[in-house]
Design a protein around this ligand. Sequence first.
Ligand code: PEP
Length: 253
Amino acid sequence: MSSRTPLIAGNWKMHKTGSQAVQAANQLKNLINGVTGVEVMIAPPFTALYPVAQALKGSRIAVGAQNLHWEQQGAFTGEISSEMLVDAGCSHVIIGHSERRQLFGETDAGVNRKIQAALSAKLIPVFCIGETEAQRENGDTFSVLDKQVRDGLLGFAFDDLTGLVVAYEPVWAIGTGKTATREQAQEAHQFIRSLLDKLLGNPFASSVRILYGGSVKPDNVRALMEMPDVDGALVGGASLDPETFSKLVSFNH
Ligand code: PEP
């Protein structure tokens, strides 16, 4: 395991109403009371952000959004700005999730603008990258990751990116039950960290947290977390049930 404080983050996607989300957040808060040495973040849907943030006020569970728009305000029907997320109680925002890229046409250039917007508002971006199954089978994993990192972080200096979290999420492992082996995860994380070293320098690369995402479950989390460049997990399905998610958070206990 790395010396960086691990972050276990739950992406609730389009699940839970406001009251269901508050109930789950309160349950989680009680379940992980006493678990130390790990940071925790949950990302409920937009409509649940404010009540969940209120319920978690003063707790150690951070609240994140699943997306944002890069403009601060204006005629962008259906969009949400960084300022709105901060006002709702968010400290984090997931950017460039593969579902946004694949289902909603999000591009590396858009991801770059969203990271900029998040950082300007002092939100911590959880910047998602990852290859599809076809790209892996073609031997393109590293070139895909290289482009996503370079384009997503284009124009930033290391000190602009303080706090940024990277999430490596192989698309073929998301919601499929197929987890990358811990060796596959480590290989990708090591590649990403050395690329960040080249682009932004060693102090940034050695301190940035790189999460693994893709069918992380209580029975595989520990093995993944033992790898030197795996600094936490971004969890979809297994984050919805507070009991299950609390087991992931306490992987080290
Ligand atoms: C995700 O969507 O970020 C994710 C990792 O999902 P799951 O854990 O369900 O594979």
